[in-house]
Design a protein around this ligand. Sequence first.
Ligand SMILES: *Cc1c(COP(=O)(O)O)cnc(C)c1O
Length: 229
Amino acid sequence: MPDIAINLKRISDEIRATCNRIGRDPGDITLIAVSKTKSSALVREAFDAGQRDLGESYVQEFLEKYSSDHLSGLPIRWHFIGHLQSNKVKDIVDKTYLIHSIDKLKTAEELSKLASRKNLTADYLIEVNTSGEATKFGLSPETLLLETSRLFTLPNIRLKGLMTIASPDRNKARKEFRLLGELLEKLRETSPDPSSLTELSMGMSQDFDIAIEEGATIIRIGTAIFGSR
Ligand SMILES: *Cc1c(COP(=O)(O)O)cnc(C)c1O
């Protein structure tokens, strides 16, 4: 078995063990294999091992992999998880399964406009800067509810939930994951369509066990699958 298949197996075992410990259903958790900086040949190994949800962080790199010989045309659910400038939305709008990282009203408006033009509905998450670190993208917890009320009125986009990148410190990370869960609850109270607000995208190689304990429905794992970058 190639290493990647072994790594994927080990992570799914860990997901199952964590879920068993706290009484969650492992089927409620989607594992995204984050393949940034890794070759499309390597990503193909993950696909061949059964991995269908893949995550990319940079538009140009995503487009190269999307149309590469190793990966084009395969039934992959591509997740865009990196910072997205509004002028790049047009490049990915019809190629992604879920965009995790909308962090500005303007980007959501652009997504709505382009999705309308292409006659599709784009699913997305809002990125929240739960740690308050200046280097991180995302809406602040304080402005989230206010800004989001405007998003609910835009056509052809569907908000599915929230995403965050936590602090490296595991104790801080737990608090930040918990905050994201609380924000999703509040958002449901103000949403015209609360039943579609189901996703908490949180947890990476170092902290996905904590994220699952705090309610993650999507975890994004790179290093523990593909090795260090
Ligand atoms: C790179 C990246 C990941 C994966 O991080 P690892 O620590 O390698 O598991 C997850 N989420 C985002 C947004 C990333 O950019």
